[in-house]
Ligand binder design. Sequence first.
Ligand SMILES: [Zn+2]
Length: 884
Amino acid sequence: MNSEAGFWWGLVVATLSGSVLAADPVRDADAEMFPAGVAYDAAIPTPEAFLGRPLGAAPVRHHELVDYITTIANMSDRLKLEIAGYTHERRPILFIIATSPGNHARLDEIRTQHNALTEPASGQEVSDSMPVVTWLNYGVHGAEASGMDASLPIVYHLAAAQGTRIENELANSVVLVTAVFNPDGHAQRVAWLDAYGSQVPNADPQHAEHDMHWQFARTNHYWFDLNRQWISVTQPESRAWMSKWYAWRPNVSVDFHEMGPNSTYYFHPGVPARTNPIIPAAAESLTAASVRFSEEFLDAEGKLYYHAEGFDTYFLGKGSGLPFVNGGIGILYEAAAARGIELQTPLGLRTYRENIRKHFRASLGMIRGALALRQQLLDYQKDFYDSALTEAAGDTVKAYVFATPGDDSRMYHFLDLLTWHRIQVYDLARDITVNGRAFAAGEAKIVPMGQPQYRMIRVIFERFTEFADPTFYDVSTWTYPLAYDLDYEALSGRNFQESLLAEQSAVAMPAAAAPDGPDYAYAFAWSDYYAPRALNRVLSAGLMARGALQPFSVRTSQGDMSFDRGTIVVPFDRQEKNPDEIKAIMESVAANDGVTVHSLTSGQSTIGTAGVNVGGRSFAELQQVKVLLIIGRDTDLYNAGEIWHLLDYRMQMAVSLHDRDRLDGIDWKQYTHLVFPGGEYENYMPDYVDRIRQWVAEGGTIIGIRQGAYWVRDNVLDYVEPVEGEALVPDEDLETGTGHDDLLDEEAIETERYDYADKQDIEAADLIRGAIFSGDLDITHPLGFGYSDRNIALHKNLSDIMERPVNPFATVISYQTPPVLSGFASQENQAAIEGTAALIAERKGSGSVILFADDPNFRATWFGTNKLFLNALFYSKAFQAPAE
Ligand SMILES: [Zn+2]
C-alpha cells in the first residue's frame, strides 16, 4: 500500500462494483488477470495486494514497480534481481533472472555454456540440460505504459505460480525480465495520467488524459527513441540493458509496445518481403512457431490480432531486429493503446487493464513458445555462428580497414561501438594502400570478417542499394563508417593477409599529455571530435581564443609544425589571466577533452614573409556562444533532443530550451544563437518575426534545420524562390509568347492515373525514409573547418529541395552526382536533389543565417557531421558576405 491508494481507491471500487459505471463486456472480459487453473503461493503478495488497487485502475509508478519487484525477488528463490544501470534521471533499470533454484545454483555455468554456442572455436554442443534463454523487455517506449505494468504480473507469476508446468518451464528456461527499459519516459507518462486522472474513468478521447504529447514520454530524457538504439548504444539506458543482453545472448527476445488505438493486436513475424537480407531464412519459421501460444490464447478469447502487415524486420537497431543478427529471434508485440485508463474508440471501449492482460498472457505464451522450441532454438543459435564462419570464408570482402586522421576521439567512439557488439578489432600491422587510399600502421584499425560476429560486421559496415520493397518502417540504411565519417575500405582476398592484424585494439578515450610551456601561446587542432568542447572550456574560463582562417606553420616546443584551418590559438597577449593560469586551463583541456595542446614558442610563420602570422588577420576572434534551442509541441523533439544531447551531454555546454510559441518578449540580447529544429512550420507565422530579423541584423546567428531551415530561409533570409516553370521553357519560346501556354498544356497532359491497389507502393517510393547521401563539402569555408576530405556522407530523410542560393560562396555543401551512397531514394528524388544545397551559410547584417537541409546530429550516431553543426556555432561569423 502507499499514500496514493486513497485517491485511486474510489475509482477502483467504482470500477469493480459497477456502482458508478454500468457493467461493460470489455471490463468483464478482462477481470481475471491470471490464467485459470494455476495455483499461486499465498505467501507472495499479488500486484493488486501490494499496490492496493487492481492492475489497470491507475498506472504503476516507477517506485512502486521497484518496491514490488524488490520485495518479491527477496521472497523467492526463483528470482535474482540486478540493477542493469541507471537512466539520465538516475532511475534504476531492473533486471530479473528467473529460473529454477537448481539452475540458480549453477547460473554461471549455464551462462558460460550458453554463450559458448556463439563461439564456434569452443566446440560447445547443445545438450539436454541446456535451458533456453528467453528475454522479456517492457517499456522501451515510456508512453506505451501497459507493457510496463505487465512486468508486475509476469514477475509475480514466475515467483509464485505452483505446479508442474511452471516447474518444468523454470527448470528448462532462463527467463530474463527487464522492467522497465525506459523509466524516465515512463515516469513522464505516469505523471501525466495521474495529473489528469479522475475518480470516474473518462473514456472521452478529447479529455486531456488521452492527449499527452507522445514524444515526451516515448523517449528518454534527451528525447531519444531508445528502440532505435540497439546498434548505436549512445544512451545510458540502452547501454544498461544491452550489457545484460550480450551477457546472456537470449534465444528469444520479446518487446512489448502499444500502437494507435484504432487497431487490434499485432505480433511478429513482420512483412516477409521487407525482412533484412542478412537475417538467415530459417529465422522466419522459428518466429512463426514461437508465437503460436499467443495465437491460441487470442483465438480462445475471440480477440482480433494480426501479423505480417505494417511492421517489418528490416531496420536492425530495434529490439525485434538486433536479435535476428545475433543468433536469436526478436518478437514485437503491439497493443492498441488505451491512452489512459479507458478510451472510447470507433472499435469500442479500450481499457488499460485489457492491454496489461494481453501483454502479460503473451509473455506467458512466449515463455512456453520458446520452451517448446528449446532444441531448435539452441541448434539454430549454434548453427548461426558456425555458418557465420562459413559465410565469411565465402565472402569476397575479407576485412575492413579504417582510420580517423587527426581525430582519436571519433576513433574511440567507433571502436567502442564495435567492441560493444563483440566484434574483434585489431591495430593495422603495417602501412597499406587500398584503392588509392593510404592507411598507416599505428593509426588505422582492421576488422577481419572471419569471426563469429561476421553478420554484425555486415550490419555495421555494409551499404544497401538494392531493395525488394521500397517501403520502410524506419530508415533504409545506417552504414556506420559513413555516419562516423571514417576513411575506410573493404579488403578483398587479394589484399588481405592475417599478417595485417597486430594486437587487438585497446578501447579507451584518448588522454592527451599535459602541454609544455608556458612559452608564447597555445594551439590545438580543430579536427578532434572534442575540440569544440575544449574551445568552450577555454572561452568559459574567460580566455580569448583565435581561430585560424588559413593554414599556418609556426615553431613549437616540439619543433616546427603546420596547422590546418580552424586551429584554435590561445595567446598570452591581453588575457586577464597570467601564463601559468592559462597553462592550467590548457592542462585541463588535454586531460578532460583528450585534445593535444601544443605550446607555440613564436608567433612568426616558419615559411617566410608570405606565411601566416599568429597575430595577423587570418585569424578570427571567437566568442563564447549562448544557444537558445527552440522546442515545443510542433517541433520535432527527436531533432531538438539530439542538439540538446550534443551540447549538454557531449560538449558540456549550457543550452537554453524555449517553447516556440512563447518567444515574444524574451531577452534576445542574452543569446548568440537561435536554433530552429525540424517540425511542423506550415502555420507558424508569429508576430515577433520582425524582432528575430532585427536580432539577426544586430549580430545574432539563426540556424534552421530540416523544416526549420525552410522557415528560416523564407522568413529571415529574404529568400526569393525561382519562378517555377520558367527555367523549363526555352528562351525562344518565351520570346514568341507561347511558352507559358505550352507549359500549362504539358502539365495537363502529365496528370497521372493509378490503380488504388498500388497507392501504398507508389507513395512509399516517393519517400526518403532515411538514406545516406554524398555531399561535396567546401573545407575552405569556416563551416567546413576540421574536415580534411571534401567528400562527406549525410543522413537525409526529407525529400524537399533546397536550391543553391545566388551567393556563389554560400553553398557550403552541395549534393553530389550520383547523390545516394546507401539506402533508398527514387530515381526522381535523386535527380531532383543532386547539385542542390545541403548546407547554406549567409551573412545578414551583422549576423548570420545557416540552413541545414537535413539533420547533422541524427540519433547521436552521426559523429561525422556533428562538427558541421558545432562550426555553425563557433565559426558562424568567421566568413564574409560577397563583395557588392
Ligand atoms: Zn513502441
